[in-house]
Write a protein that binds this ligand. Structure first.
Ligand SMILES: *Cc1c(COP(=O)(O)O)cnc(C)c1O
Length: 382
């Protein structure tokens, strides 16, 4: 399946045969007990037929040799970091990561004797400045949440190789359709499959894709942590990924049209979308991404009352989480970035008027119309 295009991999890679009935889809194996003569097959060992098939599909989509499927994105992230960091080691992390990752590091690493530094900026030099003699891992996330800043994959991979570090990326926002970090030399790719891979806001899951050699320590720890995904959800996730390419391409297209529309809207002060040539990282995004995702954020003009805008939306739903087929918004200052101090939020450029939009697969005209009427109500213009 490695040679097929991604659209074909989405549908067919890792599909299980149905020798009994020749069914067109993977049979579901829910057994937690398998014969011990030939294998030590067990769900927590990540080796049931459905887990193995789905791992092959995700590995194919990321251009990786292997993958593991987890019960959540955080199970994947914590397993990856803990597998490669030992007592006395140090990790360099990007300064604006997913909140759950930041909490894992800040609240728990000290008790394991693991040291860490968050970068001051997002260039390779900013990462290099934090490297110490005991640094073992570099951890990035691009595009970043919520301002869609782009980190240079090639530069980070080269930096990691120069210092013999393991490089890890949270590739959730891009999805494998828009970005394959392994092609740029990144070692370990992590997904919250709750987002684009699942795509329907109904599965909590995670995944790691990497080389077979990099998988070994991960697998050894993962079996002990016990964070595998149940096979019923594995089967549902496999079905969801069959439409990943179609969904994401439509989301890319809708988002580009909406970002362009909002950037010309009088009630919008700023739009952060890497597909716009006005985005500071547009050239870099163009170099390393095939599409610019369905994610963006924008700042309401000062005269727009944010709460009125939120409540006026009729199609776009105000919910936490992202990347579903339905369009959703969140307000970073009261959700994902609530725990930061006012000063830290301001320093990251996250204002009280900032709205994060996850664009779905509805018709783009309906989405524009919904945003327009809510922006006008927010500005008391209707
Ligand atoms: C949601 C998310 C996570 C965490 O994933 P869960 O499936 O909720 O555990 C990690 N990284 C990013 C970028 C996310 O959006």
């Amino acid at each position: 399946m490695g040679k097929n295009k991604q659209e074909t991999q989405c549908v067919h890679a890792g599909q299980l045969p149905d020798p009994l009935y020749q069914g067109a889809i993977s049979p579901l194996y829910l057994s937690t007990a398998y014969g011990y003569e030939e294998t030590d097959r067990y769900p927590r060992y990540f080796n049931t037929p459905n887990q193995v098939g789905l791992a092959q599909k995700i590995a194919a989509l990321e251009g990786a040799e292997a993958a593991l499927i987890f019960g959540s994105g955080m199970a994947a992230i914590s397993t990856a970091l803990m597998a490669y960091l030992h007592k006395g080691d140090h990790v360099v992390l990007q300064n604006d990561l997913y909140g759950g990752t930041t909490n894992l590091v800040k609240e728990h690493f000290e008790k394991f004797g693991i040291e860490y530094s968050f970068t001051k900026g997002l260039t390779a030099n900013d990462f290099e400045a934090e490297i110490k003699a005991n640094t073992k891992v570099i951890y990035i996330e691009t595009p970043s949440n919520p301002l869609m800043k782009i980190i240079d994959l090639e530069a980070i991979a080269a930096l990691a190789k120069r210092h013999a570090l393991v490089s890890m990326i949270d590739n959730t926002f891009a999805s494998p359709i828009n970005q394959n970090p392994i092609a740029y030399g990144i070692d370990i790719v992590i997904h919250s499959a709750t987002k684009y891979l699942g795509g329907h806001s109904d599965i909590l899951a995670g995944a790691i894709a990497c080389s077979k050699a990099h998988l070994e320590p991960l697998f050894a720890l993962a079996k002990s942590f016990g964070g595998n995904l149940s096979d019923l959800s594995v089967w549902l996730l496999e079905r969801s990924i069959k439409t990943l390419a179609v969904r994401v391409k439509q989301q890319n297209e809708n988002a580009m049209a909406i970002a362009t529309y909002l950037s010309q809207h009088p009630q919008v002060a700023n739009v952060y979308y890497p597909g716009l040539s006005s985005h500071p990282d547009h050239d870099l995004a163009n170099k390393q991404m095939r599409g610019f995702t369905g994610m963006m954020s924008f700042e309401l003009a000062p005269k727009v009352h944010r709460k009125t805008f939120e409540q006026a939306l009729q199609i776009i739903q105000p919910v936490v989480s992202l990347a579903g087929v339905e369009s959703t918004i969140t307000i970073p200052c009261i959700t994902s970035h609530k725990l930061l101090s006012d000063a830290a939020r301001a320093q990251q450029g996250i204002t009280d008027q900032l709205v994060r939009l996850s664009v779905g697969v509805e018709h783009v005209d309906d989405l524009k119309q919904d945003l327009d009427q809510a922006l006008k109500k927010g500005a008391h213009e209707t």
